[in-house]
Design a protein around this ligand. Structure first.
Ligand code: DAH
Length: 443
């Protein structure tokens, strides 16, 4: 069973599903018809699950010049303040810095922006003038905000350098939008949606990218709300949460079968996942729960109860728009971007190219510090989005106790054919960088 960022993973689900699973009698909800007709097809999610605590500091510095100053959320961010080779705690490569400030979720013609707006529509229609929307909060946050404030345990795997991008020992690129819960509560907000880019060190394949987008929802109730219901506070909030999110899933996906799965998150209790039945598979749509009382207490909401949810926008957009590869979201190719327009949720993406992948294998003796996330960062540093997948295809330990791994790298461009020469050069550069940065011995 794979270890996930916030718990243990159901072996039957993709490795990156987020929470611990104790599947206790999922509740099935029968579909009812809904005007918004969509037929998503891909059961895909994208969370990291790596468990190792070690990481390479500077896997690779890009050969290509990138802007050294960018404007993010109204704040000027200097590259030298984010990519700092002199700080041993810093593990942010150039390739990640170059994504800061792109804010796909704020583009109304981009699938991620279209999906965000469709979720906004749902909340605006069903809860008029209630939920405040934040989509411009700075992704650079404190370790305290990202982890401590939402009760992520001190020894939790998600805090490791292998999983999270650290700017320095106290500052990270947020790895989830939950990082803003406490701060917004302290500011007095009781109903809010936070959308933003989040960052995780991860493996490489068609559903994993080190930057993706999440939306966080949060609602605080006051005692008169649950008292009038005759229910206890927690049941009232859980009930309300489930109704709200079933409505949202139906708004996005139309008439689908749904089920609730009990799970674990550090910040909620009880915690649930909502799954929908699509294309003959159960697809995890989001995580949610009744907010831990401790979070409310610490942030001035002692007498209240609240619910929260978090959903991954790429994961849902891939299904709704039938987008087969997560790298496409970052493409500026008009053949991709021109297929989507504001307000058009669920227009099916028409693949414009099927250039063949090229596979290259690489074997090496690993050291104790080796992790797959580090390898993937090196590969991305050299090949960028031409790296489609990095997959372990063989592993053995010899009599001396040395372990060898063989990885197969798939190179493929979404936009053009790659030449043999180009791929050979990439593979050569990858081998060199792997050897020099990862302390492994090539075979
Ligand atoms: N932060 C979680 C993640 O990144 C998602 C999440 C789950 C957010 C449950 C929540 C929640 O607010 O209640 O996967």
């Amino acid at each position: 069973m794979a270890v996930t960022r916030y718990g243990l993973c159901k072996s039957s689900l993709p490795r990156h599903v987020f929470a611990a699973m104790s599947i206790t009698h999922p509740t099935f909800i029968k579909p009812s018809p809904h005007p918004l007709k969509t037929s998503p097809s891909l059961p895909i999610s994208f969370y990291s699950t790596s468990a190792s605590l070690s990481a390479t500091k500077h896997p690779h510095k890009s050969k290509h010049p990138i802007v050294s100053l960018l404007d993010n959320c109204g704040v000027k961010i200097n590259k030298d303040d984010v990519v700092r080779e002199s700080d041993p705690a810093n593990n942010v490569p150039d390739s990640i810095f170059s994504k800061l400030g792109l804010q796909l979720h704020r583009r109304d013609h981009h699938p991620i922006g279209i999906l965000k707006n469709a979720i906004y529509d749902y909340f605006d229609t069903n809860y008029p003038n209630s939920f405040l929307k934040f989509d411009d909060l700075c992704p650079i946050v404190s370790v305290k905000a990202n982890f401590d404030d939402v009760l992520v345990p001190a020894d939790h795997v998600s805090r490791s350098y292998n999983d999270t991008y650290y700017i320095d020992a106290q500052t990270v690129l947020r790895c989830h939008t939950s990082a803003h819960q406490a701060e917004l509560l302290r500011k007095g907000y009781t109903h809010f949606l936070v959308t933003g880019d989040v960052y995780r060190r991860d493996s490489i394949d068609s559903t994993h990218y080190p930057v993706f987008h999440q939306m966080e929802g949060f609602r605080v109730f006051s005692p008169d709300e649950w008292m009038a219901s005759g229910m206890d506070a927690t049941s009232y909030a859980a009930n309300n949460l489930k109704k709200a999110l079933e409505g949202l899933a139906q708004h996005l996906f139309g008439a689908v079968e749904m089920r609730w799965v009990d799970t674990y998150f550090p910040f909620t209790n009880p915690s649930f996942e909502l799954e929908i039945y699509f294309q003959e598979k159960w697809l995890e749509v989001l995580g949610c729960g009744v907010t831990e009382q401790e979070i409310l207490k610490r942030n001035g909401k002692m007498d209240n109860v609240a619910w929260a949810f978090g959903l991954g926008l790429e994961r849902l957009a891939m299904v709704l728009f039938e987008i087969p590869d997560i790298r496409l979201f970052w493409s500026n190719d008009l053949r991709f971007t021109s297929q989507f327009s504001e307000g058009q949720l669920g227009v099916k993406f028409k693949p414009f190219s099927k250039f063949p992948p090229c596979y290259k294998d690489m074997s090496f003796w690993i050291s104790d510090a080796f992790t797959e996330n580090n390898l993937c960062e090196v590969v991305r540093g050299i090949a960028g989005d031409l790296a489609e997948e990095v997959r372990l295809i063989d592993s053995f330990t010899n009599k001396k106790g040395m372990t060898s791994h063989c990885y197969r790298i798939a190179y493929r461009s979404m936009e053009r054919s790659l030449t043999d020469e180009e791929i050979n050069q990439l593979q050569w550069d990858v081998r060199e960088a792997v050897q020099s940065k990862l302390n492994v011995v090539l075979r």
